[in-house]
Ligand binder design. Structure first.
Ligand SMILES: [Mg+2]
Length: 317
């Protein structure tokens, strides 16, 4: 466990620094040590250390200032700081703790005491890590559609508004593809909702496999309707993507019980570009809605022309 909490040591006294290093390495910690607070701060700014042990009196940057600097830095997690001191007075100890240290240790330190105090620190760090993980999971669940694993409607609305804003500001193209499974109700009626769920999951799996990783993304608009967001993609590029998505969907065979299900989907592609004169338009939620509505109109047109096809057009409001 200790090796997942690297320790940074700052102490200008070579003997004391060496002893700290050896004691902690023997206890299984990964240790980096330097002889001044300033060097320690430089290293800390380049690499995160969850545990810092710092001397008080050092030539360039003293312990309390180093502690304050750490507390003023945005870090990916909590930093547990122990300050070493030869100072005895209560007011000094209070000052050390007020500068941001979590604990203090009197010099010369006792090996067992140092290890015991570090263990206390690790308990706090472990707790903080597990809380952070739980928090991240809650955040993730709040934006994911539980059935298909793509983004949910809330995320679609807020994130697409951001994408639109960015595209208009930097005059980048942005396209969305609205898609809807053809005759989805029939599948539910004929094979049941368990099959419907399976088909939806498969649909998203196929779509996800046919878009650019880490750039394009999918949001569930509602029911069997989804929006695929294609940043930095003009209408022509988006039309190519949509055709690929249409083909991949139609070619996929979905085994369900003793049947092999085959579905198709219709697509409406809508795109903004500088030419559309949108650069001066106010971006906001209503523009996002209009963008989606526009793609929905094109989707409707592809439904009208017999389904399993792609209809494209510019963003007109
Ligand atoms: Mg010193």
């Amino acid at each position: 466990m200790n090796d997942s909490f690297p320790v940074l040591i700052a102490d200008d006294n070579a003997v004391s620094r060496r002893r700290l290093e050896l004691t902690l390495k023997k206890a299984g910690y990964e240790v980096t040590s330097v002889d001044d607070g300033k060097k320690a701060l430089d290293i800390f700014n380049e690499r995160f250390f969850p545990v810092v042990i710092t001397d008080w009196v050092m030539p360039e940057l003293e312990g309390p200032s180093f502690c304050r600097a750490i507390r003023n830095t945005k870090t990916p997690g909590y930093v547990y700081i122990i300050i070493l001191t030869a100072k005895e007075s209560k007011s000094d100890i209070v000052m050390g703790l007020e500068s941001g240290a979590d604990d203090y240790l009197k010099k010369p330190f006792h090996d067992a005491e140092l290890k015991a105090r570090l263990k206390t620190g690790l308990r706090i760090l472990e707790l903080e890590r597990s809380l952070r993980r739980a928090n991240d999971e809650v955040k993730r669940l709040s934006i994911i559609d539980p059935l298909t694993g793509c983004y949910n409607r809330g995320y679609l609305d807020t994130q697409l508004t951001k994408e639109l804003k960015r595209a208009l500001r930097y005059k980048n193209p942005l396209s969305i593809v609205m898609t809807d499974l053809d005759h989805f109700k029939t599948i539910n009626d004929r094979f049941g909702h368990r099959c419907g769920d399976r088909v939806l999951k498969e649909f998203i799996r196929v779509l996800s496999g046919s878009i650019r990783k880490d750039l394009d993304w999918i949001g569930r608009y509602g029911g069997e309707e989804f929006v695929i967001v294609l940043p930095e993609t003009d209408l022509k590029g988006a039309a190519v993507t949509a055709s690929r998505l249409r083909e991949a969907t139609a070619e996929n065979r979905i085994p369900f019980d003793d049947s092999m299900i085959q579905v198709t989907a219709s697509f409406g592609v809508c795109s903004i570009s500088e030419r559309d004169g949108l650069a001066r338009k106010e971006s906001g939620t209503s523009l996002t809605e209009q963008f989606i509505q526009c793609a929905d109109v094109y989707l409707y047109k592809s439904k009208e022309s017999g389904r399993n096809c792609v209809y494209t057009g510019p963003f007109v409001t």
